[in-house]
Design a protein around this ligand. Structure first.
Ligand code: NAD
Length: 500
């Protein structure tokens, strides 16, 4: 055991019961910079024993934490927000090295954590319940929100500070205790967040971190009888497996899964604004946001001008290390993902799409040691093609031409996902119609598909999840359950529904 998060060889430890502890197996795994291949650190390859330990620590801490007045829990989160703000630059730089996104976006990732800390700190003084009248005299009736118990938070690599912050902060303000399992590609960012909680003085066991693979750590958490709920963000395949396994022990589960998000551009749109919005949404974070725009649905009249303008801008995007100021687009997360994206280029060709630019990995000079894919625009894409239906999760945008708004909306809604949609138009009637009919959890008008703010519920319809929302008040719905309380001060037996 150690009281430091790391030892000199940059081997990082789990955080369990307020202490930094090595995994029982003694196994470690390596974390590398996707832009350079450089070793960032070694992390605990944990397993069942570590999960058991972490859940036991969280369980032991639960009563103390749930009885801590919510405003006091809020003060703790406020301290976390302040410390995170002080360390924003340091953590953002580590995040860029670990995950690859450009520094300006890494700062935004940490900022989401800061925003969420302050927002949830405020919830500590609200956590609104419900007071309703009783049908009987001299009787009070009200509902309070109660925490669930030990919550497992399983997170992906694409928002390595923001998503762990969304989940843990909402869970904690509600009075739950947490075991956090970060993605294997980005354990350091999560560990830095947990360090902030530790330094803010969070009581031991209230938040625990266990690093390791999905099979060795994630699934044991999902199956654990003492875990009350699982908050999962990741791919559809894993999400489905998590849901099925969690059902065996009747756990509450929230799933935030994939997307196939689209921007609609109508003939009357502001072309310059649309091009800026498309570039930001499709190639920001190298197309690896769950809300990234991967389909561009464009009305016939404006299509040639938009395509020309976009092509020029996409070809001008500079690939490089996210810490370099001139870089527009960083690497993709790892080699496996690079190969997967590359594989989709053949799928596109086979289905009859045209590669207008990009379409291959970039390996010139300094890019050779990283996982870089050229920003890609696919033309002549039809809505039913695989590249227009499946989540590619990389810098690849498919251009689909349509005639009318109705057709655009039908194409937007014609995938299994329903996360984020956007429309560029100057026509108020078209905008209103789109807001009503786009079947997604998030709709933007005259802005791209990315840029959610933490005070509104976040999540998607249909195949993007299982109906819950993160962030905003949506998060509290998931992380609390209702207790109905009746106080009879009549001094006699009163029978509801009978003494009418
Ligand atoms: P992933 O499903 O591979 O992994 C997500 C997490 O689950 C990781 O921590 C992983 O280790 C763990 N895991 C893997 N197998 C597991 C198992 N059998 N049991 C339990 N846990 C397991 O996803 P990823 O590649 O890390 O992330 C990319 C995906 O996440 C994309 O599909 C993206 O759209 C989605 N995503 C969705 C949202 C959203 O809010 N809707 C946000 C970000 C990312």
């Amino acid at each position: 055991m150690s009281t430091l998060s790391s030892v000199p060889t940059s081997t990082y430890l789990n955080y369990i019961g307020g202490e930094w502890i090595a995994a029982a197996s003694g196994q470690i795994s390596e974390d590398r910079d996707p832009a350079s291949g450089e070793l960032i650190g070694r992390f605990q390859a944990s397993g069942q024993e570590d999960v058991d330990r972490a859940v036991a620590a969280a369980r032991a801490a639960f009563d103390g934490w749930r009885r801590t007045p919510a405003p006091k829990r809020g003060e703790m989160l406020y301290r976390v927000g302040t410390l995170l703000a002080e360390r924003k630059e340091e953590i953002a730089r580590l995040l860029t090295r670990e995950m690859g996104k450009v520094l300006v976006e890494a700062r935004g990732d940490v900022q989401e954590g800061i925003d969420m800390a302050y927002y949830m700190a405020g919830e500590g003084r609200r956590l609104f319940g419900a007071i309703v009248p009783s049908e009987l005299p001299n009787k009070a009736a009200y509902g309070v929100r109660e925490p669930l118990g030990v919550v497992a938070c399983i997170t992906p690599w694409n928002f390595p500070v923001a998503i762990p912050s969304w989940k843990t902060m909402a869970a904690l303000i509600a009075g739950n205790t947490v075991v956090l399992k970060p993605a294997t590609d980005t354990p350091l960012s999560a560990l830095k967040l947990v360090e902030v909680f530790h330094d803010a003085g969070l009581p031991p066991g209230v938040l625990n971190l266990v690093t390791g693979s999905g099979a060795a750590v994630g699934m044991p958490l999902v199956r654990h009888p003492d875990v009350a709920a699982v908050s999962f963000t990741g791919s559809n395949d894993v999400g489905r497996e998590v849901n099925v396994e969690a059902a065996r022990t009747l756990k509450r589960v929230t799933l935030e899964l994939g997307g196939k998000n689209a921007i609609i551009v109508m003939d009357d749109a502001d072309l310059d604004l649309a091009v800026d919005g498309i570039l930001w949404s499709a190639f920001g974070t190298t197309g690896q946001r769950c809300t990234a725009c991967s389909r561009l649905i464009v009305q016939r009249g404006i299509r040639p001008a938009l395509e020309e303008r976009l092509l020029e801008r996409v070809k001008g995007l500079r690939l490089g290390h996210g810490l370099e100021a001139e870089t527009d687009v960083g690497p993709v997360i790892n080699r496996a993902q690079l190969d997967r994206i590359h594989g989709y280029m053949q799928v596109a060709r086979d289905d009859g799409a045209r590669i207008l630019c990009g379409g291959e990995p970039a390996a010139d000079g300094a890019l050779a040691s990283g996982s870089f894919f050229k920003p890609t625009l696919l033309g002549a894409v039809r809505p039913e093609m695989r590249v227009a239906q499946e989540e590619i999760f990389g810098p690849v945008l498919s251009l689909i031409e349509v005639e009318t708004l109705d057709e655009a909306i039908a194409v937007n809604n014609g995938t299994k996902y329903g996360l984020s949609s956007s429309i560029f138009t100057r026509d108020i009637n078209a905008a209103q119609t789109a807001m009503r009919d786009l079947a997604s959890g998030i709709v933007y008008v005259n802005a791209g598909t990315i840029g959610a703010e933490i005070q509104l519920p976040f999540g998607g319809t249909r195949g993007t999840g299982n109906g819950h929302r993160e962030a905003g008040l949506g998060a509290l719905e998931f992380f609390t359950e209702w207790k109905a309380i009746y106080v009879d001060y009549s001094g006699r037996l009163q029978r509801a529904q009978i003494d009418v």
